[in-house]
Ligand binder design. Structure first.
Ligand code: ZN
Ligand code: ZN
Length: 431
């Protein structure tokens, strides 16, 4: 294939059967979110660029990884790199602040970042996220983390670890920032190139550095700077999570460099992935709405990358496989087979019949690759109102009246009509 006709670098085609896993994960995430009272939100996959610039001007994502373009009308647009900014924009624009609080929203969809291509990193990836608006209480932070970990656990990664920190508030964070700058300035000569820039622009991000680990180890800990309100908040989040059975570790390295973040930041990991590997993270951003000219509404949320989660799960998450019935036929019964398959579908059973004019032998070979049951149409059995049913899983075979077909397959008994004509008549009666 000519290079210009191939998919863009860093993207993927999600093919079956893996696509079933992705779809299964979507359904699972939404089902778990629903238990916590979260309702689905869909926003456009592109927003006016100002939305992301306001929210994350100093971040790598916005500075270097944005897919931005100007459309024919001269409007600056950006393919969304994450879900939080668009959700907040929608909250403000649709007046959700006037609705009963708190508002619980979740989303699922593609995000776009022009990351350096490497294994497991995609320039279009899928995120599931949740946003809880309108509550300042630490219970809200805990609820978001309980939801996030419940999704991970439901998918098969039992006993996730919550790494938790608080980055303080406008009262206590400036004092910490000052102490941090002082400390790092004293060791300026030792810092990596990135950290030289961070020291000027975004000192909290110094703690993120993967190079200057030894320097970080002796850096001041924000816990020593927390005000009383921030300490109480942190302890309340930790306490509820632990009493709910979650493993919580305080991680002083966890920070967010943006000003609208307040107090809680967290990451979710798992012992099977190693100490420092995070599946995803989230936190509280009480200043976010105001940074988009919205009302002062507290917010806490997370966004989880689905590709990363699925690869961490390896074989543990199995999407419900298709269990279709394959309706095979003897020569001369092709149309009957099609109609029996359609009749089964109308009763809620996934069923298919041959579309390639294959011999019975070839049909059975095809069926054996992906089918639970094979129903054989034709021959003497068919004339006497019966079908031969083979259970490929059990390795059993039986000749049964077709009105017992559904029962035999372990599905609610239902009438499986004899012929095309009868089938059509039965269908009309239902109407
Ligand atoms: Zn504080
Ligand atoms: Zn560094």
């Amino acid at each position: 294939m000519r290079p210009e006709l191939q998919r863009p670098r860093g993207t993927q085609d999600v093919l079956p059967p893996h696509s079933w896993k992705v779809e299964g994960m979507r359904q699972l995430a939404l089902a778990v979110a629903r238990r916590y009272g979260f309702e689905p939100l869909e926003t456009p996959i592109f927003e006016q660029s100002a939305v992301f610039l306001r929210v994350g001007e100093n971040t790598d994502i916005v500075q270097h990884e944005r897919y931005a373009f100007r459309d024919a009308g001269g409007v600056d647009l950006t393919l969304r790199p994450e879900g939080t900014a668009g959700a907040a924009r929608a909250f403000i624009e649709n007046g959700l602040a006037q609705q009963p609080q708190p508002v619980r929203l979740c989303y699922w969809g593609p995000m776009f970042r022009r990351e350096r291509p490497e294994a497991g990193r995609f320039r279009q990836h899928t995120q599931f996220g949740a946003e809880l608006y309108g509550s300042e209480l630490p219970f809200a932070d805990a609820e978001i983390i309980l939801l996030a970990t419940a999704v991970v656990e439901a998918a098969g990664l039992t006993d996730p670890v919550v790494r938790l920190n608080s980055i303080g508030c406008e009262v206590c964070r400036p004092r910490y920032r000052t102490a941090l700058i002082e400390y790092y300035q004293g060791r300026r000569a030792e810092l990596c190139e990135d950290c030289q820039v961070r020291l000027e622009r975004n000192p909290l991000r110094l703690l993120d550095c993967k190079v200057d680990v030894a320097i970080r180890a002796e850096a001041p800990d924000i816990a020593d700077f927390w005000c009383e309100a921030c300490r109480t908040h942190y302890e309340a989040v930790r306490s509820l999570l632990e009493r709910a059975g979650r493993t919580v570790r305080r991680d002083p390295r966890l920070v967010r460099g943006l000003d609208y973040y307040t107090r809680t930041v967290f990451e979710v990991g798992h012992p099977s992935l190693g100490e420092s590997v995070a599946l995803f993270g989230g936190g509280r951003y009480d200043g976010l709405m105001e940074s988009l000219d919205g009302p002062k509404v507290p917010a806490v949320g997370f966004g989880m990358g689905i590709e990363r989660l699925l690869s961490a799960l390896e074989g543990r998450f199995v999407a419900t496989p298709l269990t279709p019935v394959y309706v095979a036929h003897l020569p001369g019964f092709a149309e009957e087979a099609q109609l029996l398959a359609e009749s089964l579908r109308r009763q809620g059973v996934a069923a298919e019949a041959d579309l390639l004019g294959r011999s019975l032998k070839a049909q059975l070979k095809d069926a054996s690759r992906r089918t639970r049951w094979v129903v054989l149409v034709g021959g003497r059995e068919w004339e006497s109102g019966q079908v031969v049913v083979r259970d490929l899983e059990q390795g059993s075979q039986e000749t049964i009246p077709y009105d017992q077909l559904m029962q035999w397959m372990g599905i609610e008994a239902a009438q499986v009509p004899l012929s095309g004509r009868r089938w059509a008549a039965a269908d009309q009666r239902q109407d």
